[in-house]
Write a protein that binds this ligand. Structure first.
Ligand code: LR7
Ligand code: MN
Length: 604
């Protein structure tokens, strides 16, 4: 009996031992796996942390100008660097559609993050479109987006039966397949069928293979989606006109080819466009060029332009802000539109002269259209209730035949010479490269339109549509303000649109816009981009022009005095010649650092 139990015990022990060995073996395997996983995770973590404080990877690419404006909003870069359209990528890479959606990626407008190793190929492909194509290709063309409207906008009810119908026109040149199709699908998914007559795609001579038959196959089964092709590269104006000519809807509704519309986007546009005297724009939100995340853009903004005629988003006038807070769902006026996204009754579009067909490729047509609208009896407005996302790009991915400067300058020259009167002289005087090609542009037919429509002049436009403008006028002083010690008041190169500390800078030549200032009757010292000299805490600063009394500098003899009696002073800094020294407001003394010489420069 005892023997027997011993044997059993022994067997159990050996069984257990065998079990233990196995257990140990599996434990070792698990441990090896865990160590490996931990190593991988910490490597990823290390990389993320290492990169967190660094600029995102695409910052290493070349851009010409800052593209964030004073409100921290992305703006269109006025002077694009023409793209290299893919540089040394293979033809196969450039011409193939790599759309391969991953379940859930980017849904709800959320960002898509890539792994460290994927970023490398994304970076190589970035130059193709100037946005992250790898990310775009992972997001479903039918992705969901949240309702971006404010409470008050959601409450507005529309009588769909009585709204005019829309022809949505989307022009493109070498757009990515996924962004183009996502634009189309977002319109189809979020527009009531009774309102959407058709979507017209206009291909502006793209040479990417996937935009041929593959695109046609993709839209074949979609209702009312057509495609037109321009065989020569005409530019966005020519392409939009092609679409507009065949449109059958009551309203023309233009979109760029990398947009996504959100819930309820079309009703407010059509309701307002029905009135026949307005070009109505949606509120434009941001689609990240890196992650394609949908983010709301700042609530109150309107469009205008700098002395160099670069489009800018600015803070609307006080009057508009007050009206907006009383009536948050109402459309509000804007001096200029960004250009890509707007609706207009077809009859009004043609009555006011369509577009200037002499404008090639890209640029300035948005200002021309805005001036023409306002000056010829119509309006340009933004409705806060229609929200559309757009991918803002830092530089242009496509080629500019003849060079980007020539293209943009010739378009600007056309717009300015037809609509800006004395301010065209101002623009040409300080932009000699544009003036040089002014005479090569024939704009007779456009001037004819202005005459026939009995349009108002540019002075009327500035005074009535944009009274807060920062351009010189006959009532305003214009020139350089030089300190007795040397150096002039000016915005230091590199001061961001948000403003920054003010110092004196070298005085430059008479044609140097960076040194030239407007001094207004009420005492504001204005520079280009709508920056005003403001009495700060300790140091004078450049800030967006507002009603703030700290922006008033009264001219008392050779001094500039704040309302509390302090004198604008060039602080004694490190310099010999006064250049680079900070500006501040100080107790008035007998000091030539408080003496300013006003050197007038004719503004036109
Ligand atoms: O030769 C061309 N042919 C084209 O068909 C050049 C461009 N295009 C297409 C292009 O594929 C795109 O769909 O035209 C559309 C606009 O070109 P983008 O996206 O390169 O322009 P953008 O968004 O940088 O620039 C803005 O300013 C332009 C000035 O000409 C146009 O008015 C754009 O429509 C306009 N975009 C917007 O207003 C979107 C909101 C941006 C803001 C703020
Ligand atoms: Mn665009």
């Amino acid at each position: 009996m005892f023997e027997f139990t011993m044997v059993i015990k022994k067997q159990i022990r050996s069984l257990m031992c065998r079990g233990r060995k196995k257990k140990i073996a599996s434990l070792v395997i698990i441990l090896i796996f865990l160590i490996n996983a931990m190593f991988y995770v910490s490597l990823e973590l290390y990389n993320t942390i290492k990169n967190r404080n660094k600029d995102p990877w695409y910052k290493s690419l070349r851009y010409e100008k800052d593209y964030v404006d004073k409100m921290g909003m992305r703006v269109i870069v006025g002077h694009y660097v023409g793209g290299n359209s893919g540089g040394n990528l293979s033809q196969e890479m450039i011409n193939t559609n790599h759309y391969a959606p991953i379940d859930g990626a980017g849904e709800g407008g959320r960002p898509v993050q890539l792994l460290q190793r994927e970023i490398i190929s994304a970076r190589d492909l970035y130059s193709l479109h100037s946005y992250n194509i790898v990310v775009s290709d992972r997001i479903s063309i039918n992705r969901s987006l949240p309702d971006m409207r404010s409470e008050s906008c959601r409450r507005v009810e529309y009588d769909l039966e009585n709204l005019p119908t829309a022809s949505v026109i989307i022009v493109f040149h070498n757009e990515a397949w996924s962004t183009l199709m996502r634009t189309v699908m977002s319109v189809l998914l979020r527009s009531p069928t009774v309102l959407l007559k058709e979507i017209i795609l206009v291909d502006d001579a793209s040479d990417r293979k996937y935009l041929g038959k593959e695109l046609e196959d993709a839209i074949e089964n979609l209702n009312n989606v057509k495609i037109l092709r321009s065989h020569n590269r005409t530019g966005l104006v020519g392409a939009r006109l092609m679409g507009a000519r065949i449109a059958v809807g009551d309203v023309l509704l233009f979109l760029d080819a990398h947009c996504e519309v959100t819930q309820g986007w079309i009703e407010p546009l059509l309701e307002r466009a029905g009135s026949d005297d307005v070009f109505i724009c949606p509120h434009i939100d941001l689609l990240s060029d890196d992650t394609l995340a949908y983010t709301k853009s700042i609530d109150a903004h309107w469009g205008a332009f700098s002395w160099r005629l670069h489009f800018r988003w600015l803070m609307p006038s006080n009057e508009v802000m007050i009206n907006k807070s009383k009536n948050p769902s109402k459309p509000y006026p804007t001096p200029a539109m960004a250009g890509g996204l707007f609706a207009v009754r077809k009859s009004l579009f043609w009555r006011l002269g369509g577009y200037d067909e002499g404008m090639v490729i890209w640029g300035a047509e948005n200002l021309e259209l805005s001036w023409r609208a306002w000056q010829c009896g119509a309006r340009v407005e933004i409705t806060p209730c229609s929200r559309v996302g757009h991918i803002f790009r830092r530089h242009s991915p496509y080629k500019y035949p003849g060079g980007v400067a020539k293209v943009l300058n010739s378009n600007l020259a056309r717009a300015a010479s037809v609509w800006m009167d004395e301010w065209a002289d101002f623009f040409f005087k300080f932009n000699p490269s544009v003036a040089a090609i002014r005479d090569s542009q024939s704009v007779g037919d456009r001037i004819e339109i202005r005459k026939n429509l009995h349009c108002k002049n540019f002075k009327w436009y500035l005074e009535n549509v944009w009274p807060q403008h920062f351009f010189p006028t006959d009532e305003r002083w214009f020139g350089r303000i030089r300190n007795d010690k040397g150096g002039c008041i000016g915005v230091t190169a590199g001061t961001p649109g948000l403003g920054g500390p003010a110092s004196s800078i070298s005085c430059g030549s008479d044609l140097d816009l960076d040194r030239l200032l407007v001094y207004t009757v009420e005492g504001k010292v204005m520079a280009d981009e709508g920056l005003c000299l403001e009495q700060g805490n300790g140091r004078a600063v450049w800030k967006t022009c507002t009603e703030n009394i700290k922006q008033i500098w009264q001219q008392k003899g050779p001094r500039l005095k704040t309302l509390d009696g302090l004198c604008l002073t060039l602080v004694n800094g490190d310099s010999e010649d006064g250049i680079g020294d900070p500006l501040t407001a100080k107790r008035c003394l007998n000091d030539n650092r408080q003496i300013w010489h006003f050197e007038r420069v004719p503004w036109r």
